[in-house]
Design a protein around this ligand. Structure first.
Ligand code: IPE
Ligand code: IPE
Ligand code: MG
Length: 265
């Protein structure tokens, strides 16, 4: 069979699958631990950095489909605080790639009404990707569609420690009574506070590992978790839509009983 029909068939499959999504129950916030770039490359005898390059194509693909499904916020774990401990050459390659990709994609993000945001330690990023990121934040600041939120130099514990410091500073300045510190007070000081939806409804991890690797520790308290063995460079639009369809078949009980949930709807 000719491979020329492949893209057409893929588009058809995507359209068909999109129809299976209940538009009233699309997760507002999807977060993804994009894992497996290195293993994808290794399996092909390539350098790990080739896996990261291919991973950027997946980011573009998944951003497109997330937009189409009506997801409001897509948070992608692109570089963790712990990833700074990787070999310097890999860190450098990743930082370079992030900067290049951001700049290259900016025009399309604007065209698709996607707003770029980030969570994480912006100041720890090297000057070049920092400048390119800032350019993209500015260029997309008026976009009203999907929020593409990159977690860069991010970890959940880093964010929680920051929030604790902000609470302590407000208390020390007499602006906050320590007795009044509650979940809302803490959540409002996390870097995710200003996203369209703070807590992910759906957390996806590619690469098969059943762990959260210091991602959104506070915010995933009640997220539905979807782990796939596929490596991030292989993750397709169909995979993303199927994850949403699986999400829609779950019963989210938030500590209550099935009967209570049924009574409420
Ligand atoms: C995820 O892929 C990308 C980053 C963490 C930056 P990995 O680089 O972790 O790939 P594996 O897990 O080693 O295959
Ligand atoms: C998680 O992947 C971080 C990102 C996807 C950016 P890692 O590859 O760093 O996670 P571990 O080391 O397997 O837990
Ligand atoms: Mg990994």
């Amino acid at each position: 069979m000719s491979t020329e029909n492949q893209p057409l068939r893929t588009t058809e499959t995507v359209k068909h699958l999109l129809d299976k999504i209940d538009p009233d129950r699309v997760p507002a916030h999807v977060a993804i631990i994009m894992d497996g770039n290195g293993r994808w490359a290794k399996a092909r005898g390539l350098d790990r950095s080739e896996g990261h390059v291919e991973g950027v194509n997946t980011v573009r693909r998944i951003t497109e489909i997330a937009s189409e499904t009506g997801v409001k916020c897509l948070t992608l774990y692109a570089f963790s605080t712990e990833n700074w401990n990787r070999p310097q050459a890999e860190v450098d390659a990743l930082m370079h790639l992030i900067g290049i990709a951001i700049e290259r994609e900016t025009a399309d993000l604007v065209k698709n009404n996607v707003r770029l945001r980030m969570i994480g330690d912006f100041d720890r990023m090297p000057a070049d990707p920092r400048r390119r990121l800032q350019g993209c934040f500015d260029a997309t600041s008026r976009c009203t569609g999907l929020v593409l939120n990159l977690a860069l130099s991010y970890s959940g514990r880093w964010d929680l420690a920051n929030a604790a410091r902000l609470l302590a500073a407000d208390a020390a300045a007499g602006k906050l009574d320590p007795a009044e510190i509650d979940e809302k007070a803490l959540a409002s000081r996390l870097s995710t506070a200003s996203l369209p939806a703070q807590d992910p409804d759906l957390l996806i991890r590619t690469g098969g590992d059943m762990r959260v690797s210091n991602f959104l520790l506070w915010e995933i308290a009640y997220s539905e978790i979807d782990v796939t063995d596929k490596f991030w460079p292989d993750y397709s639009k169909e995979d993303f839509i199927n994850a949403i369809i699986r999400f829609q078949s779950r019963e989210r009980r938030f500590g209550m009983t099935s009967e209570q949930i049924a009574g409420e709807s």
